[in-house]
Design a protein around this ligand. Structure first.
Ligand code: SF4
Ligand code: SF4
Length: 94
């Protein structure tokens, strides 16, 4: 299965070739942040509160969180200087 790149760096997005346009995520999104656009269930980034509900209810695995784990491991393996922010908190758009 092909992996779609999230070029906009949205925290939650749709893997388009997995979406079967069943409307489950549209109905279950508490922020009404998902719309069918051009035949695909798209996350409206400006409305999304990053609750993750759509990633749980989609039976096709078409809603996913942005995963930067590989980037972090690549950075740790590199010789570049690394900085850490111990006061960082996970933010939620409300
Ligand atoms: S629940 Fe999954 S398959 Fe159904 S519309 Fe949403 S993203 Fe597409
Ligand atoms: S993460 Fe939550 S708010 Fe964002 S699109 Fe999914 S269900 Fe809606």
């Amino acid at each position: 299965m092909s992996k779609e790149r999230n070029t906009k760096r949205d925290l939650v997005y749709t893997v388009k070739n997995r979406c079967r346009v069943c409307y489950t995520c549209v109905r279950e999104c508490p922020a009404k942040a998902i719309k069918i656009i051009n035949g695909q269930a798209e996350v409206l980034n400006e409305r999304c509160i990053v609750c993750g509900n759509c990633t749980k209810v989609c039976s096709q695995g078409a809603k996913v969180f942005l995963n930067t784990t590989d980037n972090v491991f690549d950075l740790l393996k590199s010789n570049k200087k690394k900085y850490s922010n111990s006061s960082a908190e996970f933010s939620c758009r409300i």
